[in-house]
Design a protein around this ligand. Structure first.
Ligand code: GUN
Ligand code: ZN
Length: 431
């Protein structure tokens, strides 16, 4: 048994639905009690202290904030070496920078080396769970799973399915994509904390045969996720319309192949229209909101309030390498600005909800991760509220929890994460 001292904060519900007060718990002089990699209790220090067994190890993070590990609902592991590539919107960016970079992952040594860097970077930024794209190559997902397994992390990943309209070096076939996915599922799905996502790159890169097989695979294994891109960019949407002229809209293409359901996670959804929101909600499908990416590629502004109105599950995605940071705090910062341009104020409690419990709901894992409910897995962070001179100065002038959370969400980044714990074990310590 270990007891962590600090200010303990977590979200228990969506503040946009139940209001701020009913959606969080905050124990300013708090304690988080952990045993066997799971949460025993979060609460007031004075209260929990009385109940501690004499052999309990106390770890003192007082003066800092203890929060659940962040959940990144959309990121590309093979894009770390071409993040911050200049000048293009989505389709040209894919052809000019992304596909050539991804071609390098045919080499298992390159995949293994990148996987180590990638997982280190997640942990440095306080991300303990992510939904991750590999390349088309089976060995890319293999390397990523091996590394996440070694660190005891809960991740969901898949090899990308892409059998048309892409260069040969990053193309599979409907048959090989299906076979490789099945081999990866047999090897990794359910091993430790790992899960598999059937991962069609996006409709324009997948033949009907490939999408049909993806739908069958999803139906065959009831606990796989489905992970793809939807309605990110105007040129992409026009392309889908020309490929599928008889379909109602972009979402309908995925729906027709059995890829719209309560295990589906769609990245972006910047340009959804009324009926698409409705059908996403009815299917209980989820959206990964990727503000740094949508701004960087000039894709457009996601309408969070509209998704909220329909009751659609939403989480935050960094979408590295179209996204510009691994940090979910930086992603909250850009999310705030996107919402502002849509005429809305993004409540800082909602930002932390999106990055924790909301993300867990997107991945259908809110029974396991996302907050400090007793019995959940002990993935948590120690946040240094004086991580930069500016943050320290600004927060010495702050008077409330919501101001603290807002300042963290605007000024915070990797420097703000002083410790990352995965399943109760220290996985990263700053410096
Ligand atoms: N759509 C298809 N592939 C990609 C990708 O790698 N990144 C983004 N942002 N959108 C995509
Ligand atoms: Zn993406």
């Amino acid at each position: 048994m270990k007891a962590y001292l600090g200010s303990v904060f977590h979200m228990t519900d969506d503040p946009a639905i139940v209001g701020r007060d009913g959606a969080h718990q905050y124990f300013e002089d708090g304690m988080l009690l952990v045993a066997d990699g799971h949460i025993i209790k979060a609460g007031d220090r004075a209260e929990i202290e009385k109940t501690l067994a004499p052999n309990t190890e106390i770890l003192d993070h007082s003066g800092n904030l203890i929060v659940p590990g962040f959940i990144d609902t959309h990121i590309h592991f093979p894009q770390v070496d071409m993040i911050a590539s200049f000048g293009e919107q989505l389709l040209d960016w894919l052809n000019k920078y992304t596909f050539p970079e991804e071609a390098k992952f045919a080499d298992p040594a390159h995949a293994a080396d990148t996987a180590t860097f990638f997982i280190d970077e997640l942990l440095r930024n306080g991300t303990t769970t992510a939904l991750i794209y590999g390349t088309v190559h089976k060995q890319s997902a293999d390397a990523l799973f091996a590394e996440a397994y070694r660190r005891g992390m809960r991740i969901v990943a898949g090899k990308a399915l892409m059998d048309r309209n892409v260069p040969e070096a990053v193309r599979d076939t409907a048959e090989s994509g299906d076979r490789d996915s099945r081999e990866l599922i047999d090897k990794w799905h359910g091993k430790g904390r790992l899960g598999y996502a059937v991962t069609p790159r996006f409709a324009p890169a997948c033949s009907d045969d490939q999408l049909t097989r993806a739908g069958k695979l999803l139906a065959e294994y009831p606990d796989l996720l489905m992970h793809t891109h939807l309605s990110e960019n105007a040129g992409e949407i026009d392309w889908v319309q020309s490929l599928y002229p008889t379909n109602k809209d972009y979402l309908d293409v995925y729906d027709r192949f059995g890829l719209l359901g309560d295990r589906s996670v769609f990245a972006h959804c910047v340009h959804l229209e009324g009926e698409e929101y409705q059908r996403m909600a009815e299917a209980d499908a989820a959206i990964a909101f990727c503000p740094t990416s949508n701004l960087f590629l000039g894709s457009g502004l996601f309408h969070l309030k509209e998704a909220e109105k329909y009751g659609i599950k939403v989480g935050l995605g960094t979408d590295v390498g179209a996204g510009t940071s691994f940090s979910l705090l930086q992603t909250m910062n850009e999310a705030y600005k996107v919402c502002s341009l849509k005429g809305d104020k993004l409540d800082p409690f909602k930002s932390f909800y999106l990055a924790t419990l909301g993300g867990a709901k997107v991945l259908n894992m809110s029974g396991k991760i996302g907050n400090f409910e007793a019995g959940k897995e002990a993935d948590f962070l120690v946040i240094d509220t004086a991580s930069t001179p500016l943050m320290e100065r600004r927060l010495s002038n702050s008077k409330s929890l919501d101001e603290l959370l807002f300042v963290l969400s605007i000024l915070g980044d990797d420097r703000t994460i002083s410790h990352t714990y995965v399943a109760g074990d220290l996985a990263h310590k700053r410096g």
